[in-house]
Design a protein. Structure first.
Length: 149
């Protein structure tokens, strides 16, 4: 078993953080769920949290991606978990890869197809998979979803 890591958890919104808003009559990105999710599953690693934004990934801008890249590059931690919407997860992974490699950072990006608040969600599985994969991945940006890296 790998020793506990220090992980920076970066949240950006996406379906994982969505909840139904009766005011908007739609799903909206709400407060990040990652801290509670990791607490509930008794994550053995030391984690710090940083919220970059609360957006559907289709609404992310190049400026948002630049902020994510800067947060990873400037992190004291070597291992980083990013929660993100699934539609443009790949774009952010591509933006992160050069900076992660330069800084020898291991970045796992994940999200969910259904909000964490749903009973039938993939959020817990995907976050657990990303956290479990982090100690074993090489530096770079890796997408971890549905049991695959």
């Amino acid at each position: 078993m790998a020793p506990p890591l220090e992980i920076l958890c970066i949240t950006t919104g996406g379906s994982i953080d969505k909840t139904y808003s009766s005011l908007a009559s739609d799903f909206v990105c709400a407060a990040p769920v990652l801290k509670g999710l990791l607490r509930d599953v008794k994550c053995a690693h030391r984690v710090a949290f940083r919220e970059i934004c609360r957006k559907d990934s289709l609404e992310l801008t190049d400026g948002d991606r630049d902020a994510i890249v800067a947060a990873v590059a400037g992190a004291a931690q070597t291992h980083v978990l990013v929660t993100h919407g699934t539609d443009t997860l790949w774009k952010t992974a591509l933006a992160l890869k050069p900076a992660a490699l330069r800084a020898s950072k291991v970045v796992a990006l994940t999200g969910s197809m259904r909000p964490a608040a749903f009973a039938a969600t993939d959020a817990h599985f995907n976050v657990g998979g990303a956290v479990a994969a982090l100690p074993y991945l090489p530096p770079g940006a890796h997408i971890v979803m549905n049991g695959r890296v």
